[in-house]
Ligand binder design. Sequence first.
Ligand SMILES: Cc1cc2nc3c(=O)[nH]c(=O)nc-3n(C[C@H](O)[C@H](O)[C@H](O)COP(=O)(O)OP(=O)(O)OC[C@H]3O[C@@H](n4cnc5c(N)ncnc54)[C@H](O)[C@@H]3O)c2cc1C
Length: 597
Amino acid sequence: TDDGVFDFVIIGGGTAGNALATRLSHGLPHSSILVIEAGPAALDEPDINIPGRKGSALGTKYDWNFTTVPQAGLNGRVLPVNRGKVLGGSSAINLMVWDRGAAAEYDQWEEVGNPGWNWKSMLKAMTKSENYTGLPPRPGSGKTGPVKSLVNRMQPTYQEAWIPAVTQSFNISENHDSLDGRLVGVTFQPTNIDPTHYTRSYSATAYLPLAEPNLQVLTNTQVAKINFAKRGSGHGHGKTELQRATGVTLVNGTIISARREVILSAGAIQTPQLLELSGIGQSSVLKSSKIDTLIELPGVGENYQDHPRVQISYRLRPGYATADVLRYNATAAALEMEKYRRNEKSWYDDRRGGFIFANWKQIVSNSNDSGLIQLARVVTGAAASPPGNINIGHRKKLEQLNNPTIPQIEIIFSDGYTGRNGYPPPNSTNFGQNFATFIIVLMHPLSRGSTHLNTSNPLGKPVINPRFLDNEYDIQGFIEAAKFTRRLANAEPLRSLWDPTQSEFEPGANAVQTDAQWREWVKENLFTVCHPSGTAPMLPREEGGVVDSNLVVYGTSNLRIVDWSVMPVQISGHPQTAVYGVAERAAEIVIRANDQW
Ligand SMILES: Cc1cc2nc3c(=O)[nH]c(=O)nc-3n(C[C@H](O)[C@H](O)[C@H](O)COP(=O)(O)OP(=O)(O)OC[C@H]3O[C@@H](n4cnc5c(N)ncnc54)[C@H](O)[C@@H]3O)c2cc1C
């Protein structure tokens, strides 16, 4: 393969790309497989490996550092869109929450036209990727897979108030079965940490070391486009003429050929960009970039869905410790690092964060969710038109609202200050204080955005427009959830944790009281948990789909997409377990299609 010819060329050595490549190297032992990754391998990078430093790789050379266009719904603010640019992709820089959506959400994938893609098959695929080492064992967890996960050994004492406060004052029960398709409830979630040295377990360290020598990885190498054979070549009579991917061109002009398949695993932002660079997408976008349209696929780069968040933080009474100590006390930080290096419990572990997943009935003040459901019907158009006229994703979201097992809101009780403004600076009276932050995440927002190449610089940063808060349902949902969170923080035993001199630090109980003030505060403080998805969805072509249920791009014979851009209906929870699951299922599909060869 020195001549730059491989059987399979995978674009993107990220979360899905590395998992897929490793499985193909085993399942297709006579094939040569190449992964091309734009970023470096950074296997010894402490900012990636040390769980307590999670977040510190954001904004560095390991991040593509994209941004949104100014968001009208956020008073014109521009938000960062972080994406891993390193071997391992976003699994190297993410915040390591390890959970799943609700079972019914994966079943919706099948209902929208994807036979075989459902909770049962996804659970099988997800458990194949996982080795849950936590105690006690959790139902639905995998025991033999490459990615290690556990519930953190480090539990700050104040977090003992979490579950009692939720279960004693609200209609939300304790539930630790989040890996088994039952998400609604309150728990402490697992994280993807390898207990051997207490380091992040991610696709580059978990999967790639298991690969056979028929897999090669090229790092620091960026693909510029996918190449195709002329129309009709190699296809029999009576068949629709399909484009056949012959390989890729790198940004330096080198051509690498693929005998069998090209597989795009560049993630939810760059997979659509690479399709467009290769002539697949909306012809209007392509025309303005002077790119010939090979395949008109209007769904490319549309249907962008994310999980937006806001956060409320509280100042703890003196005497309660958090990982904030690492920010204000260098001596303590050095001691904690020594403990971490000895593999002892340390603030440089990740901390055991508390989680609520809840439906609207459990959140809104009088348990009456009909106002929000009616709003959703208006925003999606369902109140005024027959169901057939409603976008398929919206139709499924409306169904989700009537299913109490599907959460609409997530609240993370996170250790330390994790708001938007950064830990208070040394000259502030709050420097040296410890905080706890409630991160509120909307699971099924109705805003649907887009990401497309920049027509004036097609290879450069794409134009990303999530359209955050472009509708009243998302705004009202956040207002309800923020008000709930304040009630929760004032429920015992949580209430007794807060410093009486300044308990609610942000936004502050006096600063925000009315719904109008919450609305403005949400617009000014909304942020993202970085789960962009659905930008090349696995849906019927006439519904805006880009790939079929074998993950093959419509109009091509051998170009597949295997990453989170294929997600057909948005799931709650955090996506990485599902991304690995998609890769595991994709590997089975590709191996089955090629095992004769
Ligand atoms: C800051 C942050 C926090 C998150 N927190 C969590 C969490 O706590 N829990 C959770 O479950 N999920 C979390 N996520 C989401 C999760 O990490 C992603 O959904 C998932 O990793 C996406 O996987 P992917 O394979 O689709 O893309 P990626 O893992 O992003 O892989 C894409 C790869 O393609 C490469 N690439 C792109 N373009 C090219 C090109 N032209 N040539 C060559 N290579 C290219 C990229 O460099 C990258 O390595 C978070 C994400 C971020 C960014």
